[in-house]
Write a protein that binds this ligand. Structure first.
Ligand code: GLN
Ligand code: ZN
Length: 758
């Protein structure tokens, strides 16, 4: 039996990856230093892998994103980027003014760049898998090149249909849906894959790791036919180690018949794969890659249980490799440096490095190593149970009634009361909440956290920031103001630190996209709110202005989805616990005179399971959690915000959340979002479709902003529309934010005038 691991976090022990990228972007280091630095990170990763496991890939270190790398390898580069000029073009595609759309990778918080297919002429353009392989090979390692499989690549790509009348970036992207289209695209793309594999084979490569997680989505028979055909062709050139993850494969029988060398299954995310193995066996002429160590959650495995499973699997198929259940980049590098976790928690945790060690221990124990067997015994004892139990919270959850999930008045009545109080103009303008987190803000927070300045000094500083941002917004002429979120590092971590039952780490960074990192909190006990969390800052902001200030909360589903969570109680119960804590906060905000409250749910969609059959259960409790926390007074206007949410498929569930106003990201794929509303005839809620992309430093022109609004006005009644950027502004600089918002407000004012006239 062998061990395999893949997807190790590329960030490095001290976030070296982030520094290299950002220094390079700022021109602080040369291209050569950048590449050298990245290569030493590759070597660091390979040396870690090889210290623990038998098999591991090259290609876990993309400079930005592995989907982008695959697109470039296959020559799928939209024409607007011109001739490919190395890293310059690479980063234009990733983060330039006309960058590719970004969206969440399956049900995770990792964002990939969506390949845009402009035509069908794919070819071997740049063999990135080979380049990565060679670097490690030269250093004496023996990695397996890794690449995203054709089917998954196409499922995650979008076809670019430029509408002749609209200027960039107003173009339309759509998924490949029909059988005919999928057939055509696969036909066009697999020869390019063959070129890549042939090229690899000619350099002595005999095995390739192919990631095909889309095989876990709902699939039709014809899709399986196509996938089978493709693997038949690809397998001629190299041995394919096919891995799937995040869910069970959609058709086990078809899966095990695929003509590949090794078949990888996620045995953690649900029970279906393992039941299928038990029921239908595992063909012994193929290697079974059993993903038994959870790649997404932080708990130490119960190795006793896992060892039993390994023994059972080995009886079924002696060609056995054990591995992580999904890529490890959802985890921080290591628990080692954590020194301030709540008592007893550290021993229970296992991050990426510790997961590698668990695989190694399992293998040694399987071979009868006595030290490893001792560790296996020990690990069983630390399995998490009954930590931080709060009886009163459990009781409150158990006694929830239907009416706890229902606002007192229906929307049609609420809106009248709210408008009476708020008196907002047509096309009200606002922002999503955060304003630039400048170097000064971050430094002052660090100074406070390390005891260099007092709490009073810190609070005074935050007050000054709030006052400044209120004045700036008034000057720009926005209608609904925000306090700027200067006191928050991260929208989830901030609340996690204020709630009990949730731990936060010091070094547990994880990449969400590009160089953006966050530290997911760890929900380990029953969650509650010991005291108000946001009232002080928001009430202060409101005291400075006559315009309404929106209170800002992070929603229960997002807090849960962006945290690691305990596995000893059902997920929905955790969500309800968080929701009750937030409801208490809303009551306090109302008492403080706040009239609008935004409950951000950017991770609402991403928690949805891969298969439609599981959606109802998920959305039922997710919607209920939101409704539970948003049971405000009828006169309080409840906003929510979502980003990258692939709206079309979930709009019915979103509607059930019963908010008054929603703002959504749309600037890189606005056509698609707007079409969702075209299809949903009964839509009556107010909505702000992001009028420009905050992920790019470019200042949007008035024409660009206007075209989004005009487009929206064709589909939705103008009375429902709000005007806002597509997400929070915290990663932008003031020099970008002020002119952008000015343009936005001017466009709104112009449109109002024109609408009155007509
Ligand atoms: N209110 C948050 C902000 O503006 C929302 C961020 C998000 O949706 N990711 O930063
Ligand atoms: Zn957002």
């Amino acid at each position: 039996m062998k061990t395999l691991a893949y997807g190790f976090p590329k960030l490095g022990e001290k976030r070296e990856f982030k520094s290299l990228l950002e220094d390079f972007w700022k021109g602080k280091i040369s291209e050569k230093d950048f590449i050298d630095g990245m290569n030493s990170l590759r070597v660091w990763m390979a040396s870690l892998y090889s210290g623990y496991v038998d098999l591991f890939p090259s290609g876990d270190l993309s400079y930005y994103d592995f989907m982008l790398d695959t697109a470039i390898s296959l020559g799928a580069i939209p024409k607007r980027f011109g001739d490919y000029k190395g890293l310059e073009t690479y980063f234009q595609m990733a983060r330039g003014a006309q960058a590719l759309e970004m969206t969440k990778y399956f049900n995770t918080n990792y964002h990939y760049l969506v390949p845009e297919l402009e035509g069908k002429d794919f070819r071997l353009f740049k063999n990135i898998p080979l380049e990565e392989y060679k670097i490690l090979k030269e250093k004496g390692y023996n990695p397996i090149p890794k690449i995203i499989a054709p089917y998954t690549f196409l499922k995650l790509s979008k076809v670019l249909k430029k509408s002749p009348t609209s200027p960039i970036p107003l173009y339309e992207l759509s998924k490949i849906e029909s059988q005919k289209d999928m057939e055509d695209y696969l036909d066009a793309i697999f020869p390019a894959y063959e070129e890549i594999l042939k090229d690899l084979a000619s350099k002595g490569v005999s095995q390739v790791l192919m990631e095909d997680p889309a095989l876990c989505l709902d699939m039709e028979d014809w899709e399986w036919d196509l996938v089978e055909e493709v693997y038949g062709c690809l397998s001629k050139h190299v041995d394919i180690y096919l891995i799937t993850y995040y869910d069970s494969v959609s058709n086990y029988k078809r899966f095990v018949e695929l003509p590949v060398k090794a078949l990888g299954l996620d045995l953690v995310s649900n029970r279906e794969n393992i039941q299928n193995i038990r029921e239908h066996g595992s063909p012994e002429d193929k290697i079974l890659i059993a993903g038994i160590i959870n790649g997404r959650n932080v708990w130490r495995a119960n190795l006793k249980e896992k060892l039993n499973l390994v023994e059972e699997l080995y009886k079924i198929n002696k060609n056995l490799i054990i591995s992580n259940s999904c890529p490890l980049f959802h985890l921080p590098v290591s628990v080692e440096p954590e020194d301030s976790l709540p008592e007893g928690l550290k021993e229970r945790l296992s991050f990426a490095k510790e997961k590698l060690r668990e695989l190694q221990t399992l293998k040694l124990a399987f071979e009868g190593d006595s030290q490893a067997l001792k560790e296996v015994e020990l690990s069983e004892r630390v399995a998490l149970t009954g930590v931080g139990v709060k009886e009163d919270i459990r009781k409150r959850i158990a006694s929830l009634k239907e009416k706890d999930f229902q606002r007192e008045k229906p929307y049609a009545e609420r809106i009248l009361i709210q408008q009476e109080i708020l008196k907002l103009p047509l096309l009200p303008t606002t922002t999503i909440g955060s304003f630039p987190q400048t170097e000064e803000v971050r430094k002052t927070r660090t100074a406070y956290n390390t005891g260099k300045i007092s709490e009073k000094e810190y609070k005074d500083f935050i007050r000054k920031q709030i006052e400044h941002v209120i004045r700036v917004q008034e000057e720009i002429g926005l209608d609904v103001l925000v306090h700027g979120e200067f006191e928050r590092t991260d929208m989830v971590e901030f609340f996690a630190q204020k709630m009990e039952g949730i731990a936060t780490t010091k070094h547990g960074w994880v990449l969400s996209y590009g160089s953006r990192v966050y530290r997911p909190p760890i929900i380990y006990g029953d969650v509650h709110r010991p005291k108000p969390m946001t009232v002080e800052e928001i009430a202060y902001a409101q005291s400075l202005t006559d315009k309404p200030v929106k209170g800002m909360l992070t929603g229960p589903v997002t807090i849960l989805n962006w945290s690691y969570y305990r596995e000893d109680i059902p997920k929905h119960e955790i969500a309800y616990q968080i929701a009750l804590a937030l409801l208490e906060e809303i009551k306090d905000l109302e008492k403080a005179g706040i009239k609008i409250i935004q409950i951000d749910e950017p991770a609402f969609r991403e928690g949805a399971p891969l298969k439609r059959r599981d959606w109802k259960e998920y959305f039922d409790w997710a919607v209920k959690a939101f409704r539970l926390c948003s049971k405000a007074e009828p006169q309080t206007q409840i906003h929510t915000h979502m980003c990258y949410s692939e709206f079309n498929e979930v709009i019915e569930y979103i509607y059930k959340m019963d908010f008054d106003v929603i703002s959504i990201e749309a600037s890189r794929s606005k056509g698609e979002i707007i079409s969702a509303f075209e299809a949903f005839k009964d839509w009556d809620r107010q909505i702000g479709i992001g009028v420009y992309d905050i992920h790019s430093p470019a200042v949007p022109t008035k024409e660009q902003i206007r075209s989004v609004l005009e487009r929206s006005m064709k589909v939705l009644p103008v009375e429902l529309l709000w005007v806002n950027p597509d997400c929070g502004l915290k990663t932008r600089r003031w020099e970008e934010v002020v002119p952008s918002l000015k343009n936005m407000v001017e466009v709104a004012k112009e449109l109002r005038k024109e609408l009155v006239r007509t």
